[in-house]
Design a protein around this ligand. Sequence first.
Ligand SMILES: NC(=O)c1ccc[n+]([C@@H]2O[C@H](COP(=O)([O-])OP(=O)(O)OC[C@H]3O[C@@H](n4cnc5c(N)ncnc54)[C@H](OP(=O)(O)O)[C@@H]3O)[C@@H](O)[C@H]2O)c1
Length: 318
Amino acid sequence: MKAAVINQFGSPEVFEIRNIEKPIIKEDQILIKVFATSINPIDWKQRKGNHKLILGSPFPITLGYDVSGEVVKIGNEIKDFEIGDRVFGVLDNKYGGALAEYATGHEKCFSKMPENITVEEAAAFPMVALTSLQALRDKGNLKVGQTVLINGASGGVGHMAIQIAKLMQAKVIAVASDKSERFIKQFEPDEFIDYTKQSVLDLNQKVDIFFDVASNYTFPKTKHLLNSGGVYLNLEYINTIKKMPLYKLHQLFSKGKKAKSLLMKQNRADFEIISKWITKGLLKVSIDESFNLNNISAAHDYAQQGHNKGKNVVVINN
Ligand SMILES: NC(=O)c1ccc[n+]([C@@H]2O[C@H](COP(=O)([O-])OP(=O)(O)OC[C@H]3O[C@@H](n4cnc5c(N)ncnc54)[C@H](OP(=O)(O)O)[C@@H]3O)[C@@H](O)[C@H]2O)c1
């Protein structure tokens, strides 16, 4: 099968288009023909080798977690899917594997694709939707009427988190640059802050969650903005864990304010919540640029600049 692989870590130019063996499934796995994948920051961070100490260097590596596709083979233990089902999901192999004509994953990785979205949109939703839901609900403990500030509101996670916070009946303050203002306003946040004109740290109101999606603040710097019991939430899991001993000290004198991080988990029940919102037209994903496997280097180059509006997708079989 055709795949974009890397044989070394490095710049976007390390990708090679190769013919490699089709993956073989285990009894508890599904093989899908990939329609499309989308790029998340984890993909370009892994291409650079940022996770090689944890995940090793099993070259040739096929990157990519988000996926939409059609089930073409199932293991004997598979209960919820049949050959021919159109699915979307987040792969659970070490480095993913979605930048290829076929990919595998366990049942928990997938959900049936809502019929009212394109295969590109289906590939753009999974990681950012699951992350936003799990962050706001499970880590932020977001309640009706509370206020969440989303720093980095125009990217993949940000534009999804605005919508999910609104669906949870929260008040949303969206933070991004002036270039993203028009894009963000279509998701109807209650307030917009242009970080090029106003420092978030000077905000004259308190919030219940400071969702630092762009990861350019810390708990000590932002805790004065949190209500009692409020949460500073950062998605850079490893960096936040390293800072936790310091954050715990700050928590001691902070009226129940807490710093938290999260690692998104594939979870069927959460997928069902997201699928229902999509089917009802309540949750939308925005595609910034669409690429194909042959221009994967350009796709990664663009994504890692970190100023996309919504998501970048890579179409594989269409
Ligand atoms: N822990 C997990 O499970 C998990 C899951 C998903 C993602 N993540 C992490 O979450 C982070 C965000 O992911 P993503 O998919 O949303 O990335 P992304 O799509 O690349 O987000 C880029 C956005 O960040 C904004 N931004 C850049 N500099 C900023 C600044 N100084 N202040 C405010 N906003 C700024 C940009 O807006 P402007 O163009 O307007 O500047 C852009 O829209 C990444 O670090 C990713 O690795 C973690």
